[in-house]
Design a protein around this ligand. Structure first.
Ligand code: PEP
Ligand code: MG
Length: 302
């Protein structure tokens, strides 16, 4: 099996009927880069930047972050690297943030909510990201979005950061900016959100948690947890359709994106990118190479 997968290295992710999709890797650490390259990823679809914060005793400086992001984009040598801004809170707590204790942290102050409440932390990360964008194909992605208002607030902070960099004569490129679709609210207004951003990446781990109202950490609820729940699949389909209507691309970076039982389904929905753990790249590629998307669609309609 492993030997057969090895043979798929270097192959394009092209279906039998000629549709190409991007197959990227999820990483949490620059140490994962070796696995990314070894498994022939087309890029990085989710760099969970919070691990930089979680590994430290105090806030990572702009310079520390810049060096990490720069290394990642340089190592990927022109391939797209999507870095997600800080997503702590809920299951990922960080002492030195001194967050108030919450009864329901999954629905509490997490991710973009922290960044918008404490813009000085957010700006340090954005400065590091924009600076690193001068060294490769970097894209920025914002987590846990629920409204257009939040996206506009992010844009405002981004424009302040860019003005500051301009004033200081610091170079940066124009990174693509996208959002994660991981709340039912974001799905339902994805037509509006699509007009504001360059891409969508669907976070099925949180999207499933918030749609089924099942704590993703609670193993006692496994009997109720249906990863293939039609509500979640319909939401993915709707998100992709709304992205395409607005002329932007949409991918999936949650665990479900690596589920080879669903690869054909996602291809039929027209997904543009799948970002999976490095070890899943070749197994997903195998299914893509074996799929005739049009024939699959026709069979479904019968
Ligand atoms: C998700 O929610 O699906 C996701 C990719 O983000 P994380 O698992 O880091 O919350
Ligand atoms: Mg998430």
């Amino acid at each position: 099996q492993k030997r057969l997968l090895e043979l798929l290295k270097g192959r394009e992710n092209k279906t039998l009927d000629g549709k190409t999709i991007q197959l990227y890797a999820n990483i949490g650490n620059s140490k994962d880069l070796a696995a990314v390259l070894q498994n022939d990823a087309g890029g990085i679809g989710l760099f969970r930047s919070e691990f930089i914060y979680l590994e430290r005793e105090d806030f990572p400086t702009e310079e520390e972050q810049f060096q990490i992001y720069k290394t990642v984009v340089q190592t990927m040598a022109g391939k797209r690297v999507i870095i997600r801004t800080l997503d702590i809170g809920a299951d990922k707590q960080c002492e030195y943030f001194h967050m108030d204790k919450e009864d329901n942290p999954a629905m509490g102050c997490r991710a973009i909510r922290i960044c918008l409440t404490r813009p000085e932390i957010f700006k340090t990360q954005l400065r590091a990201l924009f600076r690193a964008s001068a060294f490769g194909k970097l894209a920025i992605m914002y987590p846990m979005i629920t409204s257009v208002k939040e996206v506009r607030a992010v844009k405002q902070i981004v424009s302040e950061v860019k003005e500051e960099l301009d004033r200081q004569g610091i170079e940066y490129n124009t990174p693509e900016q996208g959002i994660m679709i991981e709340t039912p609210a974001a799905v339902m207004i994805s037509d509006e959100l699509a007009k504001e951003v360059d891409f969508f990446s669907i976070g099925t781990n949180d999207l499933t948690q918030y749609t089924l109202a099942i704590d993703r950490q609670n193993t006692k609820l496994e009997a109720f947890y249906d990863a293939h729940h039609p509500a979640v699949l319909k939401m993915i389909e709707m998100t992709i359709a709304n992205a395409h209507k607005a002329g932007i691309w949409a991918g999936i970076c949650g665990e479900l994106g690596a589920d080879t039982q669903l690869t054909k389904e996602f291809l039929a929905m027209g997904v543009d990118e799948l970002s999976v753990s490095p070890a899943k790249i070749l197994p997903v590629r195998k299914v893509i190479l074996e799929t005739d998307v049009e024939a699959y669609r026709r069979r479904k309609q019968e």
